[in-house]
Ligand binder design. Structure first.
Ligand SMILES: [Fe+2]
Length: 235
């Protein structure tokens, strides 16, 4: 079986995770029907460096000023299931500000907005699958899942992989967060796979008098097949 179709299902959370209460309303009740990836899906759309503007990877500057908080560098490589780098793939990230608040109309808890922090960033991996963002360490924030529920600090990531059907949406956490124990999203992932979502403090990328470095490598589900190596396609 080509590895584009291999999925490590034992490492993914259940669609219905009772402790994560809103999954009760949105998990599928019927068995998923997997569609084959045909020529149309694996050849486009593709995203490259030309669609990302310079500066989109630096989230610390917005509206003519500098965001408040602990400046951090988040970097790593995007790899396929065989450990091979995934070049020219688009990464989109979004996060709360240093006080734990999103710039979004539905986030109204009493933490301040930062006029110089939008919480959105984009970049594309280079030829070696490498990506890098400069941002502010997000704060924890409360939510209504259960009494006194707080999300550990995290950054949301979306990756497009080599082709659109490989899109992966996940969250990156920070090491040794004291809020892990009570977070049903983090804990909905099988225990053996949770550490794959946690970045590591990286002193080699920490910059003196500037920013702390965190390293996080991301492994996509599979490697896109070159169409002529896959089964006959009638598209
Ligand atoms: Fe979040």
């Amino acid at each position: 079986m080509p590895d584009a179709y291999v999925d490590d299902t034992a490492s993914h959370p259940d669609y219905d995770s009772p402790d994560y209460r809103s999954t009760a309303l949105r998990h599928p009740h019927n068995k998923l029907h997997l569609l084959p990836q045909r020529l149309t899906e694996v050849t486009g759309p593709l995203f490259g460096h030309d669609r990302v503007q310079p500066g989109e990877e630096d989230m610390t500057q917005w509206h003519g000023g500098e965001a408040v908080g602990q400046r951090i560098i988040v970097h790593g490589r995007v790899l396929d299931s065989g450990g091979r780098p995934v070049p020219d793939t688009l990464l989109e990230v979004w996060q709360a500000n240093a006080a734990g608040r999103y710039r979004h109309v539905s986030d109204q808890w009493p933490a301040p907005l930062d006029p110089h922090f939008a919480g959105l960033g984009r970049c594309a991996t280079d030829s070696d699958g490498y990506y890098r963002f400069t941002t502010i360490k997000p704060g924890a924030y409360p939510w209504k899942n259960h009494h006194n529920a707080w999300r550990p600090a995290h950054i949301h990531f979306s990756l497009f992989g080599r082709a659109f059907p490989q899109r992966l949406v996940t969250q990156m956490y920070f090491p040794d967060d004291p809020l892990f124990f009570q977070d049903p999203i983090y804990n909905s992932v099988p225990e053996h796979a949770r550490e794959r979502m946690v970045s590591g403090y990286d002193h080699t990328s920490t910059q003196d008098h500037w920013a702390l470095g965190f390293r996080w490598d991301i492994v996509l589900r599979g490697r896109a097949q070159t169409p002529f190596e896959s089964e006959p396609d009638d598209d």
